[in-house]
Design a protein around this ligand. Structure first.
Ligand code: FEO
Length: 404
């Protein structure tokens, strides 16, 4: 017999009917050690409206939760706020099963759904448009690049509730559905990690959206994202909005991330000496060896730091593979306001640290010095050069962080 799942009442008209993915540990290259949820919502007016669906393998869980409220065939409308597959993967089968009268998406969402599933017949809704569906008004706000070009949010004035798709979400599998029921330290960590790995490139767009939402002054009792807990109450939403302002601004702090990999320990010795120099001069270093730290945890640490120092040995005339992996990933995330430096040990050619410096330049990280490139095993004098580099970065950090 198939497992049965229950919907959770969110507000007068809204039920949570999503899926809990306890097992996922890799979300397109981002480590999700606490799993995730794919949130979908059933709005109950004179008719039923489904907001988003779930990742394809979780369709039965979605349908079971819907069935705990009503016959899924009663769904008359579906609104797709975001076409990425974690929210639309089960949409074609759901449409086939429930035969809704209309499916709505943003203009780019219509194109994305055509491209992904070769489906037609999805109706466009535009930014600022409102529709009356089943006796309830739904208003649409385009939120391009939060997270994809198609993304939009849907506002339900009757319940003072915003369906915010990826915005204000986090990867966190939990039985608790509301933010005020979840350990705040866990939410800080998972919220930071989600923003750092998913939303950092779009920080300038998000700042504009936050200004627009603040200007709209929407009455908000609930904000319902497509991942993680629902923000219940104005204070809860104000808390995450405050975090978004902080994460978007990326104001320099005295925290310095030193991340590296090593072949025979020389680059590691350099990293530890740099750490000493940073600490001696007032910075707060965090040291992360890449073979022990997932790339998505490194970028979580970088969000909230003022400096990034990256070390690589040279192997076969290039940088070490784990360092290349991190830098390729980080380049796309477009962190702002970082100072930094490249360093590394080499045997005979020395491309590792130089290539790191090239990446840092492409990432628009202000390098305080030429790459520190040391031959073979560092002696005391070389380690002092590393400490001096740490002190120099800390000194520049004090200037940019306004501590001097
Ligand atoms: Fe949760 Fe951009 O998808």
């Amino acid at each position: 017999m198939a497992e049965k799942f229950e919907a959770v009442r969110v507000s007068e008209h809204v039920h949570w009917v999503g899926a809990i993915d306890w097992d996922i540990r890799d979300f397109h290259g981002y480590s999700t050690m606490r799993g995730s949820t794919y949130n979908a919502y059933l709005v109950e007016g004179e008719d039923y409206v489904l907001i988003d669906t779930v990742k394809a393998p979780f369709r039965e869980e979605l349908m079971s939760r819907i069935a705990s409220v009503t016959d899924p065939g009663d769904i008359r409308y579906i609104i797709s706020n975001h076409s990425e597959m974690d929210h639309s993967g089960s949409l074609p089968r759901v449409i086939a099963d429930v035969q809704p009268e209309k499916v709505y998406a943003s203009p780019l969402g219509v194109k994305d759904l055509e491209g992904h599933y070769h489906m037609d017949g999805v109706d466009e809704v535009k930014d600022g448009q409102s529709l009356n569906l089943g006796g309830l008004e739904f208003s649409f706000i385009e939120t391009r690049m939060i997270h994809w070009p198609d993304s939009m949010m849907t506002y339900l004035p009757a319940d003072r509730l915003l369906f915010s798709q990826d915005g204000f979400g986090m990867h966190l599998a939990t039985e608790e559905r509301f933010s005020d029921e979840v350990d705040r330290a866990v939410m800080v960590e998972e919220g930071t990690k989600y923003f750092a790995n998913i939303l950092t490139p779009y920080a300038p767009v998000i700042q504009k959206l936050l200004a627009r939402v603040e200007e709209m002054a929407l009455p908000l009792d609930l904000v319902c994202p497509d991942h993680g807990p629902i923000w219940r109450g104005p204070d809860e939403f104000a808390w995450i909005v405050g975090k978004y302002h902080e994460w978007c601004a990326q104001e320099p702090t005295m925290k310095a991330v030193v991340t590296y990999d090593t072949m025979w320990g020389s680059t590691e010795r350099m990293a530890r000496a740099i750490e000493e120099g940073l600490r001696e001069s007032g910075a707060s270093p965090v040291v992360l060896r890449l073979r022990a730290t997932h790339r998505s945890d490194v970028v979580m640490e970088v969000l909230g730091a003022g400096a990034l120092l990256v070390g690589s040995p040279t192997i076969n005339n290039t940088l070490f593979p784990t360092v290349a992996d991190l830098l390729t990933y980080m380049k796309g995330l477009k962190f702002r306001n970082l100072v930094g430096a490249a360093f590394g040990s080499f045997g005979w050619s020395g491309e590792g640290a130089r290539e790191v410096a090239g990446y840092l330049e492409q990432m628009k990280i202000e390098q305080v010095d030429e790459p520190l490139n040391l031959k073979f095993v560092p002696d005391d004098e070389m380690l002092e050069q590393c400490r001096a580099l740490g002190r120099k970065v800390a000194s520049r950090l004090k200037e940019v962080a306004g501590r001097e």
